[in-house]
Design a protein around this ligand. Structure first.
Ligand code: PLP
Length: 338
């Protein structure tokens, strides 16, 4: 069971699948380099201008554009230690310097410390995933507003909202687009289209123009554009996924508690189960893998004491529950002999 990559267990919206199937014979054509249809639909959805939206091949692609466009070699990019790693890969690859602030013990992103570090390090890019991966933690609207206002005026905030669909819109920033903020959204998580590689950013016009100069003009798959547009017309499907994920998170909490573990609060499609120490978390994920269950173990302290489990279908959750109970029993049996 593949519960380690936060992919959707619920698949793409049926209308998206149908539209993509129908589009396949035209694979001989390039996709629209300006993604006009999709951007028009997204502008309507978010109440912003067409010129404030840029479509790309995943948030991973957008993170690269942020770094290439706005971080000169040797300049500092700031993130939370152990947060989504692809941002760091781009910073390293383009010659920037990654600096980081750790999570609080309970998994929260430390916004005040991050803003303070941004000022002392003269960071030009600051990365915040909200809800965050791998912690699952979420900072409410007012805290994010305060945080953004506390950043240096020449810094760009990369606000990665890959999991925004899992929280209420009222909890997110009220304006779709703000100066000095690039908000990234994806069809990979709640929309169940990770393999299609399509995402977008809500950003000031100047940023969209800059990205337009450096992005791969035909980098977004034609079929993916068509699928994403059809997916936007199925909000009820996505709402159903979000509700099911919420039930799944509660089930994971109960599964963990039954075996004597706690979980960290999560607002995304995964849950961190706290194994107490890095060593126990490593053994637990190995014991699960021996039983054909793939989960992820965060690499950096303090969250390296946890395993991260993606919410599966009800059947997958039931199987995970049985397997986790076995693995937890084996973990305790091992530690008695250790
Ligand atoms: C999954 C994930 C991504 C990747 O999104 P793509 O659109 O598939 O590239 C980006 N950021 C975070 C925080 C994620 O968890």
């Amino acid at each position: 069971m593949r519960l380690g990559a936060n992919e959707s267990a619920f698949g793409p919206p049926p209308a998206a699948l149908a539209a993509m199937r129908e589009a396949l014979p035209r694979t001989s054509w390039y996709g629209d380099p300006e993604s006009v249809d999709l951007r028009e639909a997204l502008a309507a959805k978010h109440g912003c201008a067409f010129e404030e939206i840029v479509v790309a091949a995943g948030i991973d692609d957008l993170l690269g554009l942020c770094v290439r466009g706005y971080l000169a070699p040797g300049e500092v990019a700031l993130t939370t230690l152990g947060s989504y790693p692809t941002f760091n890969y781009h910073v390293n690859g383009y010659g920037g310097v990654v600096e980081s602030v750790p999570y609080a013990h309970g998994g929260a992103v430390q916004l005040e410390a991050l803003a303070a570090a941004a000022r002392t390090s003269h960071a030009k890019l600051v990365y915040l995933a909200n809800p965050d991966n791998p912690s699952g933690s979420f900072s409410a609207r007012a805290e994010v507003e305060r945080f953004a206002a506390a950043l240096p005026t020449d810094a760009l905030l990369v606000l990665d909202e890959a999991y925004a669909d899992f929280v209420d819109a009222a909890e997110l920033l009220p304006a779709a687009v703000s100066a000095r903020i690039v908000r990234t959204r994806t069809f990979s998580k709640a929309y169940g289209m990770a393999g299609a590689r399509i995402a977008y950013a809500l950003a000031p016009r100047a940023v969209v123009e800059t990205f337009g100069k450096i992005r791969l003009q035909y980098g977004v798959n034609r079929t993916a554009q068509i699928g994403a547009l059809a997916a936007l017309a199925e909000p009820a499907f996505v709402a159903g996924v979000v509700a099911e994920v919420e039930r799944g998170r509660e089930e994971y909490g109960a599964i963990a508690r039954a075996a004597g573990f706690t979980t960290l609060p999560s607002r995304a499609n995964f849950v961190l189960i706290d194994a107490g120490t890095r060593e126990r978390a490593e053994r637990l994920s190995a014991l699960l893998l021996e039983r054909a269950v793939f989960v992820r173990k965060p690499g950096a302290p303090p969250l390296d004491r946890c395993i991260r489990v993606t919410v599966g279908t009800p059947a997958e959750r039931a199987r995970f529950g049985a397997t986790f109970a076995e693995a937890a029993a084996a973990l305790d049996a091992n530690s008695l002999h250790a």
